[in-house]
Design a protein around this ligand. Structure first.
Ligand SMILES: *Cc1c(COP(=O)(O)O)cnc(C)c1O
Length: 237
């Protein structure tokens, strides 16, 4: 099967990021594009790397490990791997073995404690974001803003996790404007948490996917996670 035009797709996404950023007076260099390669084979990643892409996102630790760590073709390649999906406790070890540059999806105390303990045993510190469920939708992972606030003292005291901000996934709607209030809510939460917990770094907002990243950038996203617009359709979410 021929590959989709990955280099062209990437160029078009970067152009759209630039336009979205400039339209609200932001610098496009402030925004990191994470190319979400889940479900796609290494060939797709290699094509993106050849086009100059550095940051990749995977949502299943085992798939990430097989593709980016065990795979001999990945050895020596220049990439940064982001874990963006929910991590089950029994997958915490694999997640750590992926050497992620950033885990976007710390969504409950149990996985925070587990990753902290494993990282401590290996003498490493993991960079991470806190995933917030701003919509309150039951099917979504993430902290409610109230629970997060309550647990933050314990979270920020974990010595082997270093937090840098928040991540969210709004309820899916093909109209990107539907997501705007959730992006605004995440940014407002970031602002209040930054004021109340100034000892932590709150600079990063991971929000926006293929269909709504321009709205997310307008509302302050510093990291967008884009799969379909770069790699084409997938068989599952
Ligand atoms: C799959 C996924 C994305 C990318 O979704 P697209 O709609 O294909 O851009 C972004 N974020 C997370 C957490 C995902 O699981």
């Amino acid at each position: 099967m021929p590959l989709p035009p990955i280099a062209e797709n990437l160029q078009s996404v970067y152009n759209r990021i630039e336009t979205a950023a400039r339209s609200v007076g932001r610098r496009p260099e402030e925004i990191i594009l994470v190319a979400v390669s889940k479900t796609h084979p290494w060939d797709y990643v290699a094509a993106a790397i050849a086009a100059g892409q550095l940051d990749f996102g995977e949502n299943r630790p085992e798939e990430a490990h097989a593709k980016f760590v065990e795979n001999p073709d990945a050895a020596g390649a220049n990439f940064r791997l982001h874990l963006i999906g929910p991590i089950q406790s029994r997958k915490a070890k694999v997640a750590l073995a992926c050497n992620p540059v950033l885990i976007h999806s710390i969504d409950r105390m149990k996985i925070a404690r587990k990753l902290d303990a494993l990282a401590g045993r290996q003498g490493v510190v993991l960079d991470a974001l806190l995933e917030v469920n701003v919509s309150g939708e039951a099917s979504k992972h993430g902290w409610s803003p109230d629970d997060l606030r309550e647990q933050l003292p314990e979270l920020l005291a974990l010595p082997h996790l270093r937090f840098h901000g928040l991540m969210t996934i709004p309820p899916y709607d093909p109209d990107p404007e539907t997501a705007r209030p959730y992006f605004i809510a995440l940014r407002e939460l970031q602002e209040t948490l930054a004021a109340d917990f100034p000892e932590s770094d709150w600079s990063q907002l991971s929000m926006g996917m293929s269909h709504d990243f321009e709205v997310a950038i307008a509302e302050g996203a510093t990291i967008v996670r884009v799969g379909t617009a770069i790699f084409g359709p997938r068989e599952y979410k």
